[in-house]
Design a protein around this ligand. Structure first.
Ligand code: FES
Length: 224
């Protein structure tokens, strides 16, 4: 045997942690069951409905502990392992309880070049928690996200699998956090892609003074 890694460390989620949703609450209503069975009927095999059923379950229970994933699997008639595999593959399915607002800050290539990490660290400092953590008041969870498909308006973040906030800078983050504290979630907005560098105002990094050189940055209307 060569020098193979003998004890590879892979941090695996606990498949059977203590149940957090009590049995008397661990049920779908008849309407929810009907909805799930309608989705099942749209696909050649029941597995096709698993993503929508998991989503419905997450909206109902706010996250997907193993007992909820088992409930979904049982409802659509597939093995627990199949539903578990889908739920644990996508970060958009929350496997543990999160804050009321989950801030997915993109630090992938385009956002990183435009100050994504500056924004992530600024939010961490402002809220006093690190990425992956939730504030004591339960209001915010910060997460680091891979590309969310809005590279043209980097740096950006997404709020709880919902609206995007584009072209972040510190002022915009301040306004966003204040708005969320007041319960005002920005609406979905679309931004047009800048057509050339002049339109973007040149260097758009937020950690250098040239940020002052914005001409007309393509700021969305999400936060005013
Ligand atoms: S790199 Fe951030 S949205 Fe694509």
């Amino acid at each position: 045997m060569g020098d193979f890694i003998k004890h590879p460390f892979v941090d695996m989620p606990d498949r059977n942690p203590e149940q957090v949703i009590p049995n008397d609450q661990l049920v779908f209503t008849s309407e929810e069951k009907k909805q799930i069975q309608t989705w099942v009927s749209h696909y050649p095999t029941a597995d096709g409905a698993v993503m929508r059923a998991l989503w419905l379950a997450q909206e109902k229970f706010s996250f997907l502990p193993p007992e909820v994933i088992k409930l979904v699997a049982a409802e659509i008639g597939i093995p627990y392992a199949n539903a578990y595999g889908v739920a644990t593959f996508y970060t958009q399915y929350f496997k543990e309880k999160k804050g009321k607002h989950v801030l997915d800050v993109c630090t992938c290539f385009s956002c990183q070049l435009c100050g994504g990490y500056d924004m992530l660290h600024y939010i961490e400092n402002k809220l006093g928690v690190h990425k992956g953590e939730t504030t004591k008041d339960g209001l915010f969870t910060i997460q680091e996200a891979e590309c969310l498909g809005a590279c043209g308006s980097a740096p950006m973040l997404q709020i709880t699998n919902g609206p995007f906030v584009h072209n972040l800078n510190k002022d915009k983050v301040d306004a966003l956090l204040d708005a969320l504290r007041e319960g005002k979630v920005p609406a979905f907005t679309s931004v047009t892609l800048p057509q050339d560098e002049d339109e973007m105002g040149g260097n758009r990094r937020t950690d250098v003074s040239s940020v002052e050189s914005y001409i007309v940055p393509p700021i969305s209307e999400t936060v005013s």
